[in-house]
Design a protein around this ligand. Structure first.
Ligand code: MOS
Length: 727
């Protein structure tokens, strides 16, 4: 019944041969009506009998110990049940795919805003009131809260290829610039939330989580119980963007309090809690060096960065990820420095690495093009490497050159004129380009498909964080089984179902999609057997099976359920070939010469991202990423108080994610047809994060083209733009 498939060799492109014709189609999401009618049950939406409400108490010191929590300070508040502290409480969400408990600090405080207790009350209002009034006595210690003042700073070994020093000293034209980017919040619309309920020594947790297979282990390890005693339900998630990859403090607190009180407990983070104690993206400082010949051949690429995190977190923003495989050079060098600081811990946020690394990298390349007097599109085209510059692997599929050329054509790039040459009143107008790249992965995943008559059910613990998983898995099963997608029910986000990758790193569709395809393929074999035909002669369409001159309706053929499960995992092709999504971003901006305001007027992303499973959800993903590109370039920056590290931008007014008014009406996305035969059995690539990777760079380069001046500290807020204009 089970089928374990390892991706060791390219597979036939069966989805291109199947006859239902639903793959790639812009099908509406089947979960859409539930979402717009408010009937999709998000984590906090469930009410259980006897349920009580927990609110996290946040530490108000930077570092030290909780000496005493004075419960009597809140006892008089009507409805307060308990103030729960426990050595198993967690300091911050688990990192993505950790599969084990995050740091459990006991009474130690490691950052301002760390959850230290949970107040439980009969109502949310009473719990919140008590959490704010609770008297906590601390013992404080000194701690650095900015990378500049940290004394715990470690620089890793450089990753190099070729002879960097020789190539650098021999370069005819060089660029050597340092850039900074602000810390980012994932800023998912749905605040982090959990409801825990115990029964017979086992806990059921409803929580907004991206990777329930891993989250189940994280909760079990946190509580010190066997994973078989944990069930996690996350059928609907209101955005995650990295912030819900790992089990969070709200979930641990709910489980601990529910166990102690013997009642179901719901803990919903306030928006402020989310900003305080959910993993942020590190701020970065990045030095980028390019060397080239006068003719425009890149000879040197160096990208050195400094990022931060709190003690005990292994994660460091992978800033140079795309810098290592986009362009060729004689010498390449990449070095990372990690500063330990006592502030909100850092982790994965929306395209970790590329989202901020490419802001600086693609801006530096633009500056090199300007110095060389070579068109920035042409400079990129002229320096695409034959193989991966660091390890020599061939690319599995790469249409970057086509994306750049096609985009330049569509965007009217040829007419852009000299920097600073276009003006409309007080506005200076410019165009910018940047490459897009985001590494592609296949993560071990299982899926189960059940067919009875012409109705199928897909079951996997894969999640849908708003991306369209319900749609694409239905389309894959429908295509493989010859069914209308409305005849396929998809069940997700339940840790009792076969374990999948979860949603992260843009690998969900590849991974869970491949597993679903392979399970459906096993069912095809059983249908062929039932019909009495060879599997490769079988055609399935609209509930009819045909092959070897036989025909039967599935309703007649499959009267008892066919059930198959498949597991897919990466194999030799991921070692022999390097897989990444590629694309080209173009942006046109207007910069106001007196206020420094930047308006994005239009954006175009031309992308090659393997087989497109659903043209509509893929496009929405790409546009969402490009909008975040606007955020990273222009508006998004988490600010912390340099005295104690507490986050001061703790809501969506102070932390500005682009709103409709910031987004141009013209946001165009073009997909160039592609199949990635080395990526997985369905020839797809990740989509979620490619849209953001490079998009901000195109905007920053457009500012430089509009004004003839460059901003090096991002986001390029009006004050920074004005300073550049005045320089
Ligand atoms: Mo992603 S930042 O791996 O959800």
């Amino acid at each position: 019944m089970k089928d374990h498939f390892t991706m060791d060799a390219p597979q036939p492109r069966l989805l291109d041969e199947m006859k239902q014709g639903v793959i790639g189609k812009p099908m509406d999401r089947p979960d859409g009506p539930q979402k717009v009618s408010g009937t999709a049950g998000y984590a906090a939406d469930h009410t259980t009998e006897n349920m009580v409400h927990g609110v996290l108490v946040r530490a108000t010191i930077t570092r030290g110990r909780v000496r005493q929590i004075d419960k009597s300070s809140v006892e008089a508040i009507d409805g307060v049940i308990d103030v729960v502290t426990d050595a198993r409480m967690i300091r911050n969400p688990a990192q993505g795919m950790a599969g084990s408990a995050p740091v459990q600090p006991g009474d130690a405080v490691h950052y301002h805003g760390q959850p230290i207790a949970v107040v439980v009350a009969e109502t949310f209002e009473a719990a919140r009131d008590a959490a704010q009034r609770l008297a906590v006595h601390y013992e404080t210690e000194e701690a650095a809260v900015t990378p500049d003042t940290s004394t715990d700073v470690e620089t890793g070994e450089p990753e190099t290829a070729g002879n960097f020093e020789a190539a650098w000293s021999g370069s005819e034209v060089t660029v050597d610039q340092t850039y900074t980017t602000g810390a980012h919040a994932a800023a998912a619309m749905e605040p982090h939330a959990a409801i825990a309920e115990w029964k017979d020594g086992a806990v059921t947790l409803r929580s907004a989580l991206q990777m329930v297979r891993f989250n189940k282990k994280e909760l079990a390890d946190t509580l010190g119980i066997d994973p078989s005693k944990v069930r996690i339900l996350a059928p609907f998630i209101g955005g995650g963007f990295g912030s819900k990859l790992g089990l969070g403090p709200e979930a641990a607190a709910a489980a601990i309090a529910a166990e102690k009180l013997g009642r179901p407990v719901r803990v919903v983070m306030t928006r402020q809690n989310v900003f305080d104690s959910v993993l942020r993206r590190s701020e970065t400082s990045q030095r980028v060096r390019f060397g080239a010949t006068k003719a425009g051949k890149i000879t040197v690429i160096a990208h050195d960065d400094r990022v931060s995190n709190i003690d005990g977190e292994g994660f460091a923003e992978p800033v140079t990820q795309a810098s290592q495989f986009l362009y060729g050079a004689d010498g390449l060098s990449f070095t990372q420095t990690l500063a330990r600081i006592a502030t909100t811990p850092a982790g994965s946020v929306r395209a970790p690495g590329e989202a901020v690394g490419m802001l600086a990298f693609e801006a530096a390349l633009d500056e090199l093009a300007e110095k060389l007097g070579i068109d920035p599109v042409q400079l990129r085209l002229d320096n695409l490497p034959e193989t991966h510059p660091m390890d020599g692997r061939p690319y599995s599929a790469r249409r970057l050159a086509d994306c750049l050329k096609d985009g330049a054509e569509r965007f009217g790039w040829a007419d852009r004129g000299a920097p600073g040459s276009r003006r409309e009143g007080d506005w200076q107008i410019g165009m910018g380009v940047a490459s897009a790249a985001r590494a592609n992965m296949l993560i071990k995943s299982s899926s189960r498909v059940r067919l009875t008559g012409n109705r199928a059910i897909v079951e996997t613990d894969m999640t849908d964080i708003g991306t369209g998983t319900y749609a694409i898995l239905a389309q894959i099963a429908a295509e493989a089984l010859g069914l209308d997608p409305s005849h396929v029910e998809v069940r997700l986000g339940d840790s009792d179902l076969p374990g999948a990758s979860g949603s992260g790193g843009s690998f969900g569709a590849n991974s869970a999609g491949s597993a679903t395809f392979l399970a459906a393929k096993k069912i095809r074999a059983r249908i062929a057997e039932a019909l009495g035909c060879a599997e490769d002669s079988l055609t399935l369409q609209n509930g009819l099976a045909r092959g070897d001159n036989k025909e039967a309706a599935l309703t007649d053929l499959v009267t008892e359920e066919f059930l198959e499960e498949a597991t897919v995992k990466a194999g030799k092709t991921s070692e022999s070939h390097f897989s990444s999504g590629f694309g080209a971003h173009f942006a046109e901006v207007a910069v106001h010469e007196w206020t420094g305001e930047v308006r994005v007027r239009r954006m175009l992303g031309v992308m090659s991202m393997g087989r497109i499973l659903n043209e509509k959800t893929a496009r929405s993903q790409a546009i969402g990423g490009m909008i975040w590109g606007i955020g990273s370039a222009l508006t998004e920056e988490m600010q912390s108080d340099p005295r104690d590290g507490h986050v001061v931008t703790r809501d969506l007014a102070n932390y500005h994610v682009p709103a409709h008014a910031d987004v141009p009406g013209q946001m165009e996305v073009v997909f160039l047809e592609e199949r990635d035969d080395y990526a997985n059995p369905i020839q797809t690539k990740g989509i979620g994060e490619l849209g953001i990777s490079g998009a901000g760079g195109a905007i920053l380069n457009a500012i430089a083209h509009a004004t003839g001046r460059r901003v090096y500290d991002y986001p390029a807020t009006p004050d920074r733009v004005l300073a550049a204009l005045d320089a």
